[in-house]
Structures are given as structure tokens and as C-alpha cells.
Design a protein around this ligand. Structure first.
Ligand code: SF4
Length: 379
């Protein structure tokens, strides 16, 4: 039995207009208090984890902007983790980086600390599109960061990109794809921009100041991304995730396949055994709660039905699909019990889903509209 660990670093130097992740503006004092609280949270959480399960297979530090952190804090936290857990010999250790907050020295330090999968949030190679997203980095920041990562010795690394940006055309997307392929990272996450409620982007769209590409153009963009990346040797293993063979993100795969997780930090989620927890998404309350030696939880125990729904949602977004065997082992019933049978037949007749073998999975025509299909299938 083993575990994956997610650590949420809730600070950013500026707040991007489209983002609804939990974060606040970076302040060194808060950072110090936050790391002290993380260690306290770890001490409380470890008591609830069976000794036989205390082996970490993957660590993922996300945010926020983890590359803003002072790495001496990370070094101390890793010492605390080593006291609590065994680290698997092939541990995957991912760390999110914004190009403007990294340099060769910091990359070397991350390497020395055991990070073996830096993820660079590049988003686009077009300076105007980056500005529209309120991102701070320049194209030369992005290129420099990737060259330095290679020079440091990172073999496994990824870049994150976004398509469907305001006023993005097929031509601009194709420029981004050319640059991405030219950099040849082992992993590319290509997300469609989603307009989250209560963001600056949502206001600008509502007021007509900005306009997103229409649905047909979005679908064409997604098909173009899939075709180009396939042609260059990337396998699509989840709706938005493309990797060279052997470089799929093990951390995310474990999450999608229902593996056990411990999440530390404000707004982090955990899933251990049959229990799901969520931490409070408020740094002040998080710190106060841990000052009082109390775990900062807001939710506990999700019912069986909700967990089956979640397994369907996560499984169908992967290229492998839902394993009938795994689903039966987890829930003691066939996957068909968690989905709408008439809708399944309809989708199958239309070539959007395949459900005949050991896996229930979306076809190449179904994956681009995964969210819509999942919404219809769930009972
Ligand atoms: S840097 Fe990332 S986490 Fe921070 S506001 Fe921008 S998109 Fe959100």
C-alpha cells in the first residue's frame, strides 16, 4: 500500500484574471507561517495513516506559484516528510514553476532536493495572448526556463498550455503548437480555457470587452492539437494530457484511477481508504486552526454514490477509460449501475463511447466532448 502527496502552495506574485485556484498575494511573513503550519498538519495527518501505507509513490507541489517559495523552507519540509514516510525508490516528484520566477540556481537547488519533474506554466508563446491572461512572463522567460531545465539535467519535465484564449485564431494556435513541438518537452498539458464565475475574465466576457472563440473553432482547435501532437510522438492519455511514451504523469494517473492521496495546505483534498477530506480554502483560518493543533478540515466522508460518480467522471477523461474490473473491486457492482443505460446505448450507437471490452471508454470522437458526455451519462 502506498500514497501520493499533494502540497498546495497558496501564493502568487500577481493574480491572473481567469484563475479560480485558491491563492493570495505572496508575502514572506505569511510564507514562513504557512510552512510551520504545514509541518503541524503533517504531524496530525500522519497519525491517521496506517504504518503499512506510509510509502510515498508521488509528490506534487502545485499552487499558486510554488517557484516563488524560498527553497530552505522546502528543504525543512522534506526532512519532516522523510521522518514520516518512506520514499519509493522511483518516486515521481513534480513541482510547478512559473517562468518569471525561476533561474538556473533555483533549478539546480530543486534538482538537488529531489524534484525530478518540473512543470512549467507557459500557457502560450504569444505575448499579446499572455497579456490578455494577465500573465507576467515573457516568451524569452519561457524559453530560458526550458533551456536551463535541460542544462540542469531534468529528463522528465512538462509544459502547460491553454487554448481557446480571447481572440485566439487557428493561426495563432498553430504558432503555439509549432513552438511547443520545437521545444520537445516529454509532457504537454493542453487545457481549454474555461471561464470561471466571479473572475475578471468572466466580467470582461459578460461586458463584451473580450470574446472567446466559438464552439466550432474550439472543437477544431482541440482536433488540431491532438493531430499535431500525435504526429510528433505524443500519446493522449487523458483529455488534456499528452506525453511521450513512458512520460505520463503518474501522480495524475493515480488520482484519476482512484488511488489514495494525502493533500496538505489550504484547499487541498485527501482521499484515504474510503474517506475523503477537504481542507478549508482560507489561509487565515488554516493557520489559526493549526495554531490550535486542529486539522483544518471542512468536509469528510463522501458517500458511496458520490464516489462512484467521481470514478466515472475521472475514468472517462482518460484514454484508458474505466476498468470494469477495478470498478467492480472498488464498489462491488458493474459500472453500468452508475450510469444511464439508455444514454450509454445512444452514445455507443453514435460512435462516441465504447463499452464492449474490459474498459468503458470514450472514442476519439467522444474525448473532445468528454464533459458534455459525462454530464449526460451520470444518473
Ligand atoms: S499564477 Fe497560476 S495560480 Fe497564480 S493566479 Fe495565475 S494562474 Fe492562478
Amino acid at each position: 500500500m502506498s500514497l501520493s502527496l499533494y502540497i498546495h502552495f497558496p501564493f502568487c506574485s500577481n493574480l491572473c484574471g481567469y484563475c479560480d485556484f485558491y491563492k493570495q498575494t505572496y508575502q514572506p511573513d505569511w510564507e514562513r507561517r504557512y510552512f510551520a503550519a504545514l509541518e503541524r498538519e503533517l504531524t496530525l495527518a500522519i497519525d491517521e495513516i496506517e504504518p503499512s501505507q506510509r510509502t510515498l509513490e508521488t509528490i506534487y507541489i502545485g499552487g499558486g506559484t510554488p517557484s516563488l517559495m524560498h527553497l530552505s523552507h522546502l528543504e525543512n519540509l522534506l526532512s519532516a516528510l522523510h521522518r514520516c514516510f518512506r520514499f519509493a525508490s522511483d518516486l515521481e516528484f513534480s513541482f510547478e514553476i512559473n517562468p518569471e520566477s525561476i533561474n538556473a540556481e533555483k533549478l539546480l537547488e530543486l534538482y538537488r532536493l529531489g524534484v525530478n519533474r518540473p512543470i512549467f506554466g507557459l500557457q502560450s508563446f504569444n505575448v499579446r495572448l499572455l497579456k490578455r491572461l494577465n500573465r507576467r512572463h515573457t516568451i524569452s522567460d519561457s524559453l530560458r526556463a526550458i533551456y536551463q531545465a535541460r542544462a540542469t539535467g531534468f529528463v522528465n519535465f512538462g509544459i502547460d498550455l491553454i487554448f481557446g484564449l480571447p481572440r485566439q485564431t487557428s493561426r495563432l494556435l498553430s504558432d503555439d503548437l509549432d513552438q511547443a513541438v520545437d521545444l520537445a518537452p516529454p509532457h504537454i498539458s493542453y487545457y481549454q480555457l474555461t471561464v470561471e464565475p466571479n473572475t475578471v475574465l468572466a466580467d470582461k466576457i459578460a461586458s463584451g470587452q473580450l470574446k472567446l472563440p466559438d464552439n466550432d473553432l474550439m472543437a477544431a482547435m482541440y482536433r488540431g492539437i491532438h493531430q499535431t501532437l500525435s504526429k510528433h510522438g505524443y500519446e493522449r492519455y487523458e483529455v488534456s494530457s499528452f506525453a511521450r511514451p513512458g512520460f505520463a504523469c503518474r501522480h495524475n494517473l493515480r488520482y484519476w484511477e482512484g488511488g489514495d492521496f494525502l493533500g496538505l495546505g489550504p484547499a487541498a483534498h485527501s482521499f484515504i481508504g474510503e474517506r475523503r477530506f477537504a481542507n478549508v480554502a482560507d489561509l487565515g483560518i488554516y493557520l489559526q486552526s493549526l495554531d490550535n493543533r486542529t486539522r483544518p478540515l471542512v468536509a469528510d466522508v463522501v458517500g458511496m454514490e458520490a464516489r462512484m460518480t467521481e470514478a466515472v467522471m475521472l475514468g472517462l477523461r482518460t484514454a484508458r477509460g474505466i476498468s470494469r474490473g477495478d470498478f467492480h473491486r472498488r464498489f462491488g457492482m458493474p459500472v453500468e449501475r452508475a450510469i444511464d443505460g439508455d444514454m450509454l446505448t445512444l452514445l455507443r450507437d453514435n460512435g462516441l463511447i465504447s463499452a464492449d471490452g474490459n474498459y468503458v471508454k470514450l472514442t476519439d470522437s467522444g474525448l473532445p466532448v468528454a464533459d458534455d458526455i459525462i454530464r449526460r451519462l451520470i444518473k
